[in-house]
Write a protein that binds this ligand. Structure first.
Ligand SMILES: O=C(O)C(=O)C[C@]1(C(=O)O)C=C[C@@H](O)C=C1
Length: 372
């Protein structure tokens, strides 16, 4: 403090200094404990390496889910449970990066909600790589160029992302996790935009649909132009004086755009569920979900017959989706999600019965129920 700088009368300087000293000492302890935790993670990596398994997998989704759930259960406030879990999410992400930096392909470009979902799930130490289409995310994981992929699967307003489901039919990849993201859409413009002259609005078709009522009310005459992603929309308007984009906050930040109207989605609790795809079946975490795909000939009562074993063995369904099969006319595939892991006894019994009633049954994976 310089000599002519006087402490303000209003500032309770003494208590503030004391509290900041206390915070400094707590931070020093937290720092030491985080370092000790990181050294433990390094030792875990040594144990894994010494196991002699041909392919060592450092990322353990079931363990991460347990660590995050424990952080929430232990929490006594004043921070909220989710806030506490997010802090642990970041610590664990940094610890995993010491073991092996994890590579994740997502539906790009940079700034999409899928990238946001990837960072929410893996933490910010993950190396995320944008792919231009969903098929490419699957291909990168299949080729071993990345460890995991993240793809959108359903939106609470617009329903299922058919392209993702169709990719599973021909793929041997496993679902290793799920993550849900609240989706807030914003109308954004660039520094060259004449805001009173907006005649074109770019976004992904699903985002345009999710903001339809707002657009009808505020920009009834503007042309709505669907592009591959909302991040692409954000990128595109930088050179167009009469255009705006609908995208998320991450895209606005990344491309230096100004948000004109916030949270313009028609449904206030608009959210999207994303799947984590990888090559391995995940062991049980204690609170899991399973996804399967079953092919059924179209006959009266086929769906009832397919679902009946779940009810009999008290397995809770969380989603049933139908798609026409590509392999034959009048054959349908059902994507079914339910609570439980394929190693659970009741799930095993239900699936054994289902297998007898369908022409084809594929387990897409059992994975921890989304924590964050
Ligand atoms: O428990 C493990 O297997 C670890 O590698 C440690 C740890 C952690 O930091 O807690 C790190 C990465 C894994 O994905 C899970 C947990």
């Amino acid at each position: 403090m310089s000599t002519d700088e006087k402490p303000s009368d209003k500032t309770p300087l003494e208590p503030l200094v004391a509290l900041r000293n206390r915070i400094d000492s707590i931070d020093a302890q937290i720092g030491e404990l985080i370092s000790e935790r990181a050294r433990c993670a390094q030792s875990v990596a040594e144990v894994k390496k010494a196991s002699g398994e041909p392919q060592v997998t450092y990322y353990r989704p079931e363990r991460e889910a347990q660590v995050l759930r424990k952080a929430m259960e232990r929490n006594t406030g004043p921070l909220g449970d989710e806030e506490m879990a997010r802090l642990f999410r970041e610590i664990m992400s940094a610890c995993l990066a010491l073991e092996e930096p994890i590579k994740v392909a997502f539906l790009g470009p940079e700034g999409t909600f899928t990238q946001q979902a990837s960072l929410k799930h893996f933490g910010s130490s993950a190396v995320t790589r944008p792919m231009s289409v969903i098929d490419e995310v699957f291909r990168e994981v299949e080729a071993g160029a990345v460890n995991y992929g993240v793809v959108p699967v359903e939106n609470s307003t617009e329903g299922v992302v058919t392209h993702t489901l169709d990719n599973f039919i021909g793929s041997n990849l496993k679902i290793c996790g799920e993550v849900e993201l609240r989706i807030h859409h914003h109308l954004m413009v660039s520094d060259v935009t004449h805001t009173e002259a907006i005649t074109r609005i770019y976004s992904h078709s699903q985002s345009l649909a999710q903001c339809r009522k707002w657009l009808d009310a505020h920009y009834p005459k503007a042309e709505r132009i669907a592009v591959n992603s909302n991040a692409e929309a954000a990128k595109r308007i930088k050179g167009e004086w009469n255009a705006a984009a609908i995208a998320g906050e991450m895209a606005a930040q990344l491309y230096g755009l100004k948000i004109l109207s916030e949270k313009i989605e028609d449904e206030p609790d608009n959210s999207t569920r994303f799947l984590i795809i990888g090559t391995e079946q995940v062991p049980p975490s204690g609170e899991d979900k399973t996804s399967i795909v079953a092919s059924v000939k179209n006959s009266p009562g086929a769906l009832h017959e397919l679902l009946e074993p779940f009810q009999r063995h008290k397995v809770d369904l969380t989603r049933v989706e139908t798609r026409p099969s590509r392999s034959g006319a009048w054959t349908y595939v059902f994507f079914i999600d339910f609570k439980g892991h394929i190693e659970n006894e009741r799930v095993k019994l239900a699936l054994a019965d289902v297998a007898e009633r369908v022409s084809d049954l594929k387990i897409l994976g059992s994975y921890p129920k989304g924590v964050l």
